[in-house]
Design a protein around this ligand. Structure first.
Ligand code: ZN
Length: 376
């Protein structure tokens, strides 16, 4: 294992933050896997999973079982991790710009298309190498002006040539669920099943450019761009990515983290990145994949105290009561009911809600939304 410390741009006199990556295996010896945790810095289950993965990867490396390269970033957002306000963690948005740490990643397809358009040929694997090199050059030439940009550039530099990207997040309260682009789903489905995902949300693209979709979206978007311009070359999906929501913010325990780390190891054995005598069988799926555009976000019609009637993980029918929002001044109880049928996969942690606030999400099988599909 090799540890590399990457200094971020200093935003202020006397202030320096560092991003640390751990590298296992040998570059070029097989698939490259990139795993990062806690890009939304108060989402800590993944950080503990990364801690357990580190020990498992070290053991695999020592035993000569690693056939490829793994890059692990257990603390993907040292900026957000240090942000606190009124004794509370503030790790989702940068306090300076109010930007979500997992949005606004660059459009890599647009960035590299001019450089690759005329040099790609009929060899698909050579095209993958050419595009990765072009992305690498783009990132090398990117001169970040802020600490936040330098964090984004550092993470992308570590991940841009990976075959598989796992971004470990969690919800406020939730069951384990899985977001991936449609182009990545065929390859990623075994991982969802090893992890025991209870909701799987697919989108062609969810919008707002989170890091996972920046990396995998680059490939199908570049292929679309080339096709539209009449450039007929084979370009495989050179990177598959996923955002894994490891339950809720308070679900930080060794039992969960060891289980999740073992699931990721089993998947890596299944892929052949970690050698083993008997690759593990893929577990049966706990749910079918559903469209992210079919996920209903429930909103409070009025401010008040939230009393949930539905537990996370519960399968609801349209019309079922999800929560009551109680106004003790007007002596009114507002009922919030499911508009769709599906699993109630995530809900808020707070028990007070302001007017219009989001209460929770239900994964239904039928798409009904369009536009930007991710929340703030
Ligand atoms: Zn998150």
């Amino acid at each position: 294992m090799q540890r590399v410390d990457h200094p971020l741009l200093s935003p202020s006199l006397g202030s320096h933050k560092t991003l640390t990556s751990f590298h296992f295996g040998t570059p070029g010896s097989g698939r490259k896997i990139y795993i990062e945790a806690s890009l939304h810095a108060e989402e800590l289950p993944g950080m503990l999973v990364a801690h357990h993965l580190r020990a498992l990867f070290e053991a695999a490396e020592t035993a000569g079982q690693l056939q490829g390269e793994i890059v692990l970033v257990p603390v993907a957002n040292p900026i957000g991790l240090a942000q606190r306000l009124d004794h509370k963690p503030m790790g989702r948005f940068e306090l300076d710009t109010s930007e979500n740490f997992n949005r606004h990643y660059p459009d890599l397809a647009a960035a590299v298309e001019p450089a690759v358009r005329d040099v790609l040929g009929q060899d698909a694997q050579a095209n993958v190498r050419t595009v990765r090199q072009a992305v690498g050059t783009y990132l090398k030439n990117w001169r970040p002006e802020t600490e936040l940009q330098s964090l984004r550039r550092t993470l992308l530099t570590l991940a841009h040539d990976a075959d598989d990207v796992l971004d470990l997040h969690c919800d406020c309260e939730g069951v384990l669920h899985f977001y991936t682009e449609e182009a990545c789903w065929p390859h990623m489905q075994e991982l969802a099943h090893f992890l025991g995902a209870e909701a799987i949300l697919l989108a062609k693209s969810s919008g707002n450019r989170p890091i996972d979709e920046c990396l995998s979206g680059a490939w199908w978007q570049l292929a679309d761009r080339l096709k539209a311009k009449g450039v007929d070359v084979p370009l495989p999906q050179g990177c598959c990515s996923t955002t894994i929501e490891l339950r809720g913010e308070l679900d930080v325990s060794h039992a969960w983290a060891q289980k999740d780390a073992q699931a990721i190891v089993a998947w890596l054995q299944h892929l052949g990145v970690l050698a083993c005598s008997q690759p593990p069988a893929v577990p049966a799926a706990l749910c079918a994949a559903t469209p992210l555009a079919g996920s209903e976000s429930l909103h409070a019609p009025a401010p008040g105290v939230v009393v949930f009637a539905a537990d996370i993980g519960q399968v609801l029918k349209a019309g079922d009561l999800v929560a009551e929002v109680i106004d003790p001044i007007a002596n009114q109880t507002h009922r919030v009911c499911a508009g769709v049928t599906g699993i109630f996969y995530a809900r808020i942690r707070d028990r007070y809600i302001t007017a219009g606030g989001e209460l929770g999400k239900i994964a239904s099988a039928t798409a009904f939304r369009s536009g930007e599909l991710l929340g703030a």
